[in-house]
Design a protein around this ligand. Sequence first.
Ligand code: DX5
Ligand code: ZN
Length: 219
Amino acid sequence: IRVPLIAPSVLSADFACLGEEIRAVDKHGADWIHLDVMDGHFVPNMTFGPVVLKSLRSYSKLFFDVHFMIEPVDPFIEPFVQAGADQISFHIEAGPHAHRSLQHIKSFGIKAGIVLCPATPANAISEVIDLVDNILIMTVNPGFGGQKFLSSQLAKIRAIHEMVQKSGRSIHISVDGGINVQTAPLVIEAGANVLIAGTSIYGQPDYGQAIDALRGTKK
Ligand code: DX5
Ligand code: ZN
């Protein structure tokens, strides 16, 4: 059976002590740290920039999975690489030059990913699949934590899974939005291997138990 990677999304953490919040999930078995970057333009909310990311870097050696919800993308790639991103994934909807942006990210030697909003069909990324290390399928509309999982996205996860199999490349399939113990088995069955979760980890009293529950193990 496939073991999913668990990526707590700090969007639901206490921003007054983000470093400690990251250290806490690191200690309790998180695989990646998911960091949502929002600009108030591509999505109707704002979070943080590279200065904050850099200050968090000393709190954990885990893989920093940066989710760009910004437009434009290119001017912010290098600052986030310098700040310590291990992977940058940006939205295919953020502009016509996803191919160039992926090359730009990879030129720094870090991992590159592409993200699809719920309204975007799977085949929108068919021409860039050879360049990606990660495909992130949004299972809510981006911008906020705590929204309801869109089960309409399960068919897209299956379609992307098939595209990845055909490509013969090793590409992570991530899901983000409304992932909890009820929805996790559905997305895993559809082909996802990275579970991004905000509310169902940081909204729980015991982070360790929440992470184990999502992974499908008992504590
Ligand atoms: C939403 C963000 C998510 C968010 C998910 O735009 O990309 O990472 O934190 O939150 P939950 O898990 O609460 O749906
Ligand atoms: Zn996210």
